[in-house]
Design a protein around this ligand. Structure first.
Ligand SMILES: Cc1ncc(COP(=O)(O)O)c(C=O)c1O
Length: 423
């Protein structure tokens, strides 16, 4: 393979998304490769936040209906921009809550156990908050975790085998909750096939899209997924704690949300202040209280960037970046000590790679000190996410050079082997 830096610049010159990089705040001499944990601030997102503050300053209470982005309908307005990212119509999506609260809402709605069908199927590599939410709903229904919680096992601690997922779809499972992309290894599951197989067994299907939204295209409506939920602070660059989103397939829109609040009302009736809930006819019904508008504002700008380029172009470049990263790491003798735990096949890979090494914690510290920002995952994982909207092939090249130097000179040995909260 061609490992020269001039080849990396050549790839950048031929990159149709290269000009988007200037829309983001990239720090000088820093290579940011942690966009799958917290995406970077873009100028349109910053502008939207400033505008919202300005509207608050100048309109006060009238900002709910006047101003640049009337607050009363902003969740719905943003859902129109979010829907293409998940392959849904605007009325199947709502920008609201967080991953965790949205999963609670969706389980409260869709998990209706009976004596025959009472289990919730997930997997042992799930992000913990999803499992905690599932456990809460079993508890609320007085179903023991032993009986009700089914976790698909991973044979290698990184990935799931599709045959194991399919085999776990038994007649007593009510709902299956899986992640589209596994947060550690970056494995991308086959959402379409899993959904089809689950439906053949009469099981409802929900996906956590935290690691795929903004990185991988979806067709949730056509794949007939029942529901999905996600955050917006990773690949969607909505900022720390930005408001999440959810999808409910239109075939379920007559259902009453399990958790109800006044912002889930039909908008025409919300201010009637009736003691009876008149639900919105679409996914907006799953909202609870007053939207967290200042945490939603960045999405106004950041979603526009996706609309400009489209998900197919984003996915194409993302795959090129992760392939290039993997090839370099495998090619250079200094970096061959890393185990790459992410699937090789494009159709099974999300937007990041997981490298494992016993010294991962110290290596991450050394990388950070040398201007490369990775993501440490305890106990021995380094996630690297070259993001299509703002990372270049030269970034990837430099990252691997720094990694190779660090391994060759063992510079990581000078760092303490203690772990902080994040790394
Ligand atoms: C797959 C997955 N689910 C859930 C979460 C976190 O949920 P919340 O946004 O509610 O904090 C994360 C955070 O990294 C995640 O990666």
């Amino acid at each position: 393979m061609n490992t020269s830096v001039s080849y990396a610049s050549q790839l950048d010159e031929n990159d149709p998304l290269a000009s988007l990089r200037s829309a983001f705040y990239l720090q000088k001499d820093v290579i940011y490769l942690d966009g799958n944990s917290l995406g970077l601030l873009s100028k349109p997102a910053e502008q939207a936040v400033l505008q919202m503050v300005e509207d608050w300053k100048t309109h006060g209470i009238d900002g709910w209906t006047d101003g640049t982005y009337p607050w009363f309908t902003l969740s719905e307005t943003l859902s129109e921009k979010m829907a293409p990212l998940v392959g849904a119509s605007a009325d199947e999506v709502i920008v609201t809550g967080s991953t965790t609260t949205n999963l609670h809402q969706l389980l409260a709605t869709f998990y209706q156990p009976s004596s025959k069908r009472f289990a919730i199927l997930s997997e042992e590599l799930s992000f913990p908050t999803d499992l905690y939410a599932i456990q809460s709903h079993l508890d609320l229904h007085a179903i023991s975790h032993e009986d009700g919680l089914r976790l698909i096992e991973s044979k290698n601690g990184h990935r799931l085998d599709e045959e194991d997922i399919l085999a776990a779809l038994t007649d007593d499972v009510a709902v299956v909750i899986l992640s589209s992309v596994l947060y550690r290894s970056g494995q991308l599951l086959n959402i379409k096939e899993i959904t089809k197989a689950a439906h053949e067994k009469g099981i409802l299907v929900g996906f956590d899209l935290c690691h795929s939204i903004g990185s991988v295209p979806h067709q949730l409506h056509d794949w007939n997924v029942d529901f999905a939920f996600w955050c917006t602070y990773k690949h969607l660059n909505g900022g720390p704690g930005s408001v999440g989103g959810l999808f409910v397939h239109s075939k379920h829109h007559k259902r009453l949300p399990g958790l109800r609040g006044w912002f889930g009302s039909d908008k025409q009736k919300q201010f009637d202040m009736s003691s009876t809930f008149s639900k919105s006819s679409h996914a907006g019904a799953y909202q609870l209280g007053t939207p967290h508008l200042l945490s939603m504002a960045p999405l106004i700008g950041s979603l526009d960037l996706f609309a400009d380029v489209g998900m197919d172009a984003v996915r194409k470049k993302s795959l090129q970046l992760t392939t290039y990263l993997r090839d370099l790491i495998e090619h250079l003798p200094e970096t061959q000590a890393f185990t790459i735990c992410t699937p090789y096949e494009d159709e099974q890979r999300g937007g990041h790679l997981l490298l494992e090494h016993p010294e991962a914690a110290r290596i991450c510290k050394a990388l950070k000190d040398h201007g490369v920002i990775p993501d440490f995952r305890s106990p021995n994982g380094i996630r690297i996410a070259p993001v299509a909207l703002y990372n270049s092939f030269t970034d990837v090249h430099q990252c691997v050079q720094v990694l190779a130097d660090c391994m060759k000179n063992k510079t990581y040995l000078q760092y303490e082997n203690k772990r902080g909260v994040i790394a």
